[in-house]
Design a protein around this ligand. Sequence first.
Ligand code: NAG
Ligand code: NAG
Ligand code: NAG
Ligand code: NAG
Ligand code: NAG
Ligand code: NAG
Length: 433
Amino acid sequence: MKIGFLLPIATCLSLANATATSNTFLLQAISNTTNTISSYEDKCYRETHTISNSNDLKYLEDCQTLKGDVLISNFKEPIIQLSSNLQEISGSLTIRNAPHLVRLEGPKLTSIGETFSIRELTSLALISFPELKSVKVLDWKVLPILSTVHFNSEIKDVESITVTDTSLTAFSGFMTNNLHTLDLNNNRFLESITSNVERVTEKLHIAANAENVHVNLSHLKFAKNLTIQETSNIDLSSLENVENSASFINNYFKQLKIPKLKAIGGTLSISRNQVLNQVEFPMTDEIGGGLVVVNNTAIEKINFLPKLSIIGEAMEIVGNIKDIQLKQLKLVKGSAKITAFSSIFDCTKWTKSEVGSIIRGGKIECTNAKGTINTSSNGTGDDNRNMDGINHDGAFAEPAPGFKYRSEAVKKAISFVLLSIALSSYYLVLKLN
Ligand SMILES: *[C@@H]1O[C@H](CO)[C@@H](O)[C@H](O)[C@H]1NC(C)=O
Ligand SMILES: *[C@@H]1O[C@H](CO)[C@@H](O)[C@H](O)[C@H]1NC(C)=O
Ligand SMILES: *[C@@H]1O[C@H](CO)[C@@H](O)[C@H](O)[C@H]1NC(C)=O
Ligand SMILES: *[C@@H]1O[C@H](CO)[C@@H](O)[C@H](O)[C@H]1NC(C)=O
Ligand SMILES: *[C@@H]1O[C@H](CO)[C@@H](O)[C@H](O)[C@H]1NC(C)=O
Ligand SMILES: *[C@@H]1O[C@H](CO)[C@@H](O)[C@H](O)[C@H]1NC(C)=O
């Protein structure tokens, strides 16, 4: 008991004193422990923990679990540092209205039970949750200088990911089989998107990221609604089925090959892809909506749907078209509108070919440099759709407004940093250069 000798006399005295009154001491200790538990519960278990300054954070600093949602708003300081005791937030973590917030850190946070939602945080540059292993929904919007995200661990249970209007430079993920939403748009420095997701059951939207963005979704088999815009490369080599619409708008790639895609439930739109000239949909036999191939400057032949037999709505083809070969096409339930800018395309021949009998929508309009031929098909009229009947599904929508930050300064300021977000099956790798 050498330690005993080291104790100052006062301590020894007070120990002796405590022993003397040990009964009282015990009782008090018990009742104080009870107090601690109940106030701990009281403080750590709330429907919503509202935080607006670092004192509020300090008040919760001994909570290991915050039951309920955490709402941080009207926070005026530059740093949010969650306590290193905090391991779990059972509900959502939401941060709003914190214009001065630069860093968000949670050194030991492992789990966010619901949504991690941060929006319109114009100074936020860094998020560091190195222990995060589980989050259900990632909802990040308008974080114009967010360029560094530190998620070191594998993150599980992700259901939806929306990242828009950030300065992140790469997104990659592995082994996530199912997502409701994967929406990555207006991340102007985002140059690489990789995910091993196999099914996206609601929305898959990639648009207006860096101009040279490469998108690799080589494991994707099913998408409900697919929109790919402003990308320079896309790998959809496993895609078999699109339940709703598939849109490829204003991309910078030359090739669009989807070797396994069998059916598209809605409209297939391929529009305004300036340099696209190699298109291959070798297996696609049915398009439930319309077929829209408009203003792809380099496409001259519509011969890339060799198995297509049914178009559920109208077909609209506009461009430098010289030839249309849809050999297996048996039925177009809507109308057909062809606008060929060259005179090489022979409208007379085309309208007199068998198309007259397969186009049931009633109207065939063919325009080339020589003029327009309108004919009526002799369809049964059971599907009296016309060109306006195409459900474009917002395919021609412009990139989301509001992305005006092309902060070169920021980009330069934070150079040569490589960061990674690992989201279970997922991680974002953020590389700043
Ligand atoms: C218990 O709490 C009471 C009042 O809150 C305090 O006076 C007392 O010193 C505490 N006892 C112990 C053992 O912490
Ligand atoms: C996409 O990633 C896979 C590996 O997951 C790779 O085999 C394939 O070549 C990549 N595609 C492109 C276009 O780089
Ligand atoms: C296609 O180009 C024509 C002529 O430039 C234009 O009027 C039309 O709006 C364009 N359509 C689409 C869908 O881009
Ligand atoms: C339309 O007319 C063509 C020939 O004129 C004929 O072979 C075809 O059966 C007709 N289709 C319908 C649905 O009446
Ligand atoms: C063909 O139909 C379109 C619209 O339906 C009309 O604008 C055009 O003038 C017609 N052209 C001819 C030559 O009848
Ligand atoms: C498909 O996605 C696009 C872009 O995200 C959206 O505008 C459109 O409304 C969606 N359509 C359906 C049927 O969900």
